[in-house]
Each structure stands twice: as C-alpha cells, then as structure tokens.
Design a protein around this ligand. Structure first.
Ligand code: 7TS
Length: 408
C-alpha cells in the first residue's frame, strides 16, 4: 500500500490544527472521505438527481440506477446472495433497531432469551433491553474473559435452547478484539437461535463474507468506511427479511393502500419508507469502489500492523494502561494515563493537532466492567502511518509532564 498516495486522496488531512499538521486518530468514530467519494456525491447532485422508483423521466431513472447500483455494490462487498437482501438504513444503529423492533418484538415471548455481551456499543444493547421489556424475554450476557474477549465455552454455557437471538459485535469499538462470529453463529444455530452481528467496526477493516460467517443479520455504517454520514446497511437472510415487519410506514414502501389496511412492497423496499438516502447510497458505492481498489486484504493487513505497532509502543509508556487483548485486535487502542483524566489527555493532544476520542465510547456497561469512568482511544485507518503513532506517543509523554506526573 502506498500510504503517501492514499493520503493525497483525502483533502481534509492536509491542514493544520492548532499550528500542527493534523494527525487524525479518530476513525473508529468516523473515517475521513477520499476525493472520489466527495466527487461522486457532488456529481450525483450536479447531474443525476431526482427522486427514485417513481419518475418515468430520464433523471428519475438515472437516480434509480445509481441507488440500485449502490445496493448491488454493497451486496457484492459483503458477499450477500442478492441485492434484495440489503436494506439501506441510516447506519448501524438504525439497522439494529430495525431487527429489534421489526423482527425480535414479534418472535420473542416470556421465557425466551436474548444473548449479548457486556462489550456491546449502546446501539447493540439498548434495543435488546427494550425488546426484553416489551416481550418479557430475558436479556443474558456471555461473561467476558479477563482481557475482555469472549470464550467459546462461555458462549456455549450461556446460549441455550430458550435463546432466540444472539447479537454480538464483530469488532469491539473499545477493546479492539475480533470476536469469533462464525463459531458463535454455529452455537446460536445449534440452539435454534438467530445470529445478529454489529459490523460497525469490522466492515471498514476486513473482508466480510456474510455467507461464510453464516450469520442471519449483519449491520454496518457507511461513514466509518470512507462513505458519507447518514447511510448504512442491514443484510438479512431472505426468509427472515420476508417475515420481518416494517417499522416505518408511508410512501415508497407500500403496494396497495385501502382506507383501513395496506400491503407492503417486496423486500427490501418495504423497509425503506419515504424518499431514500439516495446521495448517501451513491457515496457509499463510491467508498466501496475506493476500498476495493486498494483491496480489503491490504487494508486489513495495514490496520492490523498499525494496531500492533501502537499496542507495542504505547505499552512502553510508563503509567499507561491499555484495555483489551494483545492479540487478535484491529483498528484501535484504548488506554488511560495514570492520574490524568482522558478528557484532559484528548484536550492536550488536540493542542498538538492530534485527534483522539475520550469518553465512555457509548459503552457504559463495558466501562463499569473495566472499572473506569472513561478512556482515551486512538483509532486508525487506511491513511494513518506509524509516524503518526510515534507523534501520539511523544505527545502523551509530554502530556504526563504537563500534568506533573511521572517526573521524579
Ligand atoms: N456499534 C459499534 C461497535 C460502534 O462502534 C458504533 C459507533 C455503532 C454501533 C453505532 O454506529 P452509528 O454509525 O449508527 O453511530 N461507534 C462510535 C465510536 O466508537 N465512537 O463514535 C461512534
């Protein structure tokens, strides 16, 4: 991978923040956008925009082709058997809420179990709490190992024949660990449950193959993988999508409307009520083209190398604690400096042009499990370099000195 050539394609990276060249280490929150994605969205608005699926005029068909073309790209990108099994959503949060409200609420009853883990992002936790409250199902947690990972034996002990849904993140946005989704899906299926995956942090970095993983639903966001904000997707197994209830009703999603009842369009349109996120989908399609041109294998390798490098050099900083396993991680390193609040760490780093995230990362139950109120997190993507990680380490050492910690 030619990082220099890749960086050239991201206009936002070439600026100074507080008098220093920007070092953007917050891609797990949202990645930056290459020129090709920005251009695809503006070209769409400049030349092709109209509403989709209704205009018989030429712009209407161009917009429809662009929107449906993006759906085909997404399907191919994650190896979905067909484009109809891709529902465009606003992102991972909306996709998981669709499964929880449209599917889980109608299949779960009292005595049923929904199994998740304590490392889940709030978007893969609160929707299941709500399903449990409404249906009387029980929410169960697979206990975490000391390093935060999920052990297969614990999953086997937690998932039972009463389990209807297992919903787990592919990659943790705090611990960085890669969960054994294929094995977990097999355990879920053996017990008659379905497997839902939060792919928000995995899809940007690794080749996702929903058929090989043998999962039932897979959710992800475009904005974390070079695409625009406001677009994401839900993959679903065909028979499950066909039995899932729409949760938004109105234009675009109907077949026949009578005075007191209506029928729905076929999948996936019945889940895309209202004028869809056309420009967002076009941008996501361009993001997929960009990633595929580099190659997901090369992107995966780069992210793992940067993560390993960051783990190793940060481990050498006195008074710095890293959370999550040493091995099998990708994309990010979450840490705390002794005696310095992570918000202060992030604020000092920002004065040096370095952007990291500080806070609970939408994982309050995981923060409680880690016994911290917040952490700092550096996350990496295609455009980051080991040199930037060295700058982070240097700045962290200066941060310690700034707060008078670590000085004899
Ligand atoms: N699941 C995981 C694992 C995530 O990391 C995020 C976003 C979401 C779900 C929600 O995605 P959205 O696109 O619907 O917002 N994570 C983060 C983060 O770690 N920092 O900011 C957003």
């Amino acid at each position: 991978m030619n990082i220099h050539a890749i960086r050239e394609q991201f206009p936002i990276l070439h600026q100074e923040i507080n008098g220093h060249p920007l070092v953007y280490l917050d891609s797990a929150a949202s990645s930056q956008k290459p020129r090709s994605v920005i251009d695809a969205v503006s070209k769409y608005y400049e030349l092709d925009h109209a509403n989709v699926h209704r205009g018989v005029h030429s712009l209407g068909s161009r917009a429809t082709d662009a929107y449906e073309g993006a759906r085909e790209k997404v399907a191919k990108f994650i190896n979905a058997p067909s484009p109809e099994q891709i529902v465009f959503t606003r992102g991972t949060t909306t996709a998981l809420n669709l499964v929880a409200s449209g599917y889980a609420r109608s299949v779960c009853r009292e005595g049923d179990e929904i199994v998740i883990t304590q490392m889940e992002h709030h978007s893969n936790l609160i929707p299941w709490q709500q399903v449990a409250k409404v249906t009387g199902a029980t929410l169960k947690y697979i206990p975490l190992q000391a390093d935060g990972t999920v052990a297969i034996a614990d999953a086997e002990a937690t998932i039972t024949s009463n389990t209807k849904i297992v919903s787990i993140t592919h990659v943790s946005n705090v611990l960085g660990c890669i969960n054994p989704i294929k094995e977990l899906a097999a355990i879920a299926h053996r017990n008659g449950a379905i497997m839902v995956v939060d792919g928000a942090q995995s899809t940007p970095h690794m080749r996702v193959d929903v058929q090989d993983l043998d999962v039932d639903f897979y959710a992800f966001s475009g904005h974390k993988m070079c695409g625009p904000t406001g677009i994401g997707a839900l993959y679903g197994r065909r028979n499950l999508l066909e039995n899932m209830e729409p949760i938004e009703f109105g234009g675009e999603m109907i077949d026949f409307v009578e005075l007191y009842d209506s029928t729905w369009k076929e999948i996936p349109y019945r889940f895309e009520g209202g004028t869809p996120i056309i420009a967002g989908a076009v941008g996501l399609g361009a993001a997929i083209d960009f990633l595929e041109e580099i190659g997901m294998e090369a992107i995966d390798e780069h992210a793992k190398q940067l993560t390993k490098y960051a783990y190793d050099v940060l481990s050498n900083v006195d008074g710095l604690t890293i959370y999550g396993p040493k091995q099998d991680r990708v994309g990010l390193v979450t840490f705390n400096l002794d005696e310095v609040h992570p918000h202060d760490v992030a604020t000092v780093l920002d004065t040096k042009g370095i952007a990291v995230r500080a806070g609970h990362h939408c994982c309050q139950p995981l923060m409680r499990w880690l016994n911290v109120s917040a952490t700092a997190r550096a996350s990496f993507y295609v455009y980051n370099t080991t040199d930037e990680i060295d700058q982070l380490v240097e700045a962290l050492i200066q941060t310690k000195e700034f707060f008078g910690y670590g000085i004899e």
